[in-house]
Design a protein. Structure first.
Length: 107
């Protein structure tokens, strides 16, 4: 499945539009990860544990979007947009949404 943020795919012709597809995921951060991230905020540096959670959430949302597109008969998703939000009472959950337009492309 080809996915792109662009509205078209160079060298390919879109022959059918299936409509908007999306995938969502919500992942909670655990207390130890929060503790170490707080320390990183104070001393500086990157939080690899949070980066891994963010990467996992993004990949899950993209995979769900692509699966929805395949069920429609699409072989590509164009105009992909990723949104990242914190949710929950104390923003302890991360929500990632991927959306785009499912299409069928030919060379």
């Amino acid at each position: 499945m080809l996915t792109t943020t662009t509205p078209n795919i160079e060298g390919k012709r879109i022959t059918k539009y299936y409509g908007i597809v999306s995938g969502e995921t919500i992942i909670g951060a655990n207390v130890f990860r929060d503790l170490f991230a707080s320390i990183r905020d104070i001393v500086g540096g990157r939080s690899s544990s949070y980066e891994e959670v963010l990467r996992e959430a993004k990949n899950t949302a993209l995979r769900e979007m692509e699966e929805q597109a395949m069920r429609l008969g699409a072989n590509a998703v164009i105009g992909v947009d990723l949104d990242f939000e914190t949710v929950g009472g104390n923003s302890s959950m991360l929500m990632v949404t991927a959306s785009g337009t499912a299409v069928f492309v030919q060379d």
